[in-house]
Design a protein around this ligand. Structure first.
Ligand code: PLP
Length: 411
């Protein structure tokens, strides 16, 4: 007799539940390069949703670099870094990434990863293993990215690290907990730019706290690298930070326009992660052609062109801050290209996203668990390729859609 296959029924029920709660996510297929205009379902939409802040993902110089990289190195790396996958392109990239942070981190050394998710898992679990079992204590900000949360959870399982959550806008509780903390190793971890709110970590205060309480400070600057600081080196450049206690994580699939990520810290920390960072040791190295392309991207980020692109972004941010006024919806105070609009309910966020789509815009609704319950939002992001005219047209459309939705909701 054929047995009932329960797992498939469970999957169907769970998905139906998500749908009922308006929490089901939807994949959309693009047919064009990542840029400010996207072809989705055969329609052209103005995209204000990618993390390609500098508009490099479809830059002719990077398209040329990936072609040249493939000709020089082929398309695969063939093995993990420690077996045979570490090419000269990876080596040169890591040297250049370390040079970006060398004014901020003494003896800076960098380690390249295929994704930011893996970089966070490696850094958090690996650094926790510096202490004896049960002797690490991790302080993680409430609104941290999922990859940090998962890194912390894994570290707590693997190394019995104690975990304390804190509010990055109110550091008193963090300080109080650290005062009482007698663990061998203390690690504070948080986003440099909070990915769903766009606000910055109070990095200067945190560096001081790390010094006062003998802690390490891991900053995930996924959304700051390439964007912040005069040369785009990120949040440490912006605030002129210098500390051997910092472990800096940058991602390379957002402002850098390609893919991948890196951990940068003082050389002994990086050597330790090479020895003991399990996700690093046990995954295949990124194709060297990608590392080769990223070298060109770093060159653009630092160049006059990079400076001009950041200037354009900052102009867009300034106009948005001054001219985008809502009657019902809430803007978040953000000085970065991430400018969320909080609508509250999942239903309203979905309705707004749908009306935007009908008006020719691509701005998905962001709902829990990505953001806290009751704070569903439109996460609007800018690219240096957007013009001021594009932005003003979006502002006008958003004002109309706000009225349409809120009048309908209140009637
Ligand atoms: C703050 C933050 N950290 C890490 C990541 C993960 O980076 P990646 O997309 O390279 O895996 C993201 C991705 O969205 C992020 O927003």
């Amino acid at each position: 007799m054929k047995k009932t296959f329960h797992a498939i029924e469970l999957a169907q029920q769970q998905i139906a539940d998500l749908d009922r709660q308006l929490l089901k996510r939807q994949l959309r297929v693009t047919e064009s390069p990542c840029d400010i205009t996207a072809t989705v379902d055969k329609r052209e939409l103005k995209a204000f949703c990618s993390n390609d802040y500098l508009g490099l993902a479809n830059h002719p110089k990077l398209v040329g670099a990936i072609q040249a990289g493939a000709l020089q190195y082929g398309v695969g790396s063939g093995a993990s870094h420690l077996i045979s996958g570490h090419s000269i392109a990876h080596e040169l990239l890591e040297k250049k990434l370390a040079a970006f942070q060398s004014k901020h981190i003494p003896q800076a050394r960098a380690l390249f990863f295929s994704t930011g998710y893996l970089a966070n898992l490696t850094a958090i679990t690996g650094l926790s293993r510096l202490a004896k079992l049960g002797e690490a204590s991790i302080y993680s900000a409430n609104l941290n990215h999922a990859s940090i949360i998962d890194g912390v959870r894994l570290a707590s399982t693997q190394t019995k690290a104690m975990v304390t959550l804190f509010d990055h806008q109110h550091l008193d509780l963090l300080i109080e907990s650290l005062k009482r903390d007698t663990h061998q190793l203390k690690l504070i971890v948080l986003d440099g730019v909070f990915s769903m709110d766009g606000d910055l970590a109070p990095i200067q205060e945190l560096v001081q706290i790390a010094h006062d309480f003998d802690a390490l400070l891991l900053v995930d600057d996924a959304h700051g690298f390439g964007v912040l600081g005069q040369h785009g080196h990120g949040i440490l450049e912006m605030f002129n930070i210098h500390s051997e206690r910092i472990i800096y994580i940058g991602t390379l699939g957002k402002a850098a326009g390609v893919s991948g990520a890196f951990i940068c810290g003082s050389a002994p920390f990086i050597e330790w992660l090479i020895q003991k960072g399990r996700p690093y040791i046990y995954s295949t190295a990124t194709p060297p052609a990608i590392a080769h392309t990223l070298l060109k991207s770093l060159e653009i980020i630092e160049s006059d062109e990079g400076i001009a692109r950041r200037r354009q972004l900052n102009q867009l941010i300034e106009i948005w801050r001054q001219e985008m006024n809502f009657s019902y919806w809430e803007k978040v105070a953000s000085c970065t290209p991430i400018q969320p609009v909080i609508l509250g309910s999942n239903a309203n966020a979905l309705a707004a996203s749908k009306l935007l789509d009908e008006a020719g815009y691509w701005i998905p609704a962001i709902r829990p668990p990505t953001v806290p319950t009751g704070s569903a939002r439109l996460r609007i992001t800018f690219s240096a390729n957007h013009s001021i005219k594009d932005l003003r047209a979006l502002i006008k459309t958003l004002k109309l859609i706000e009225q349409q939705i809120e009048i309908k909701t209140s009637s």
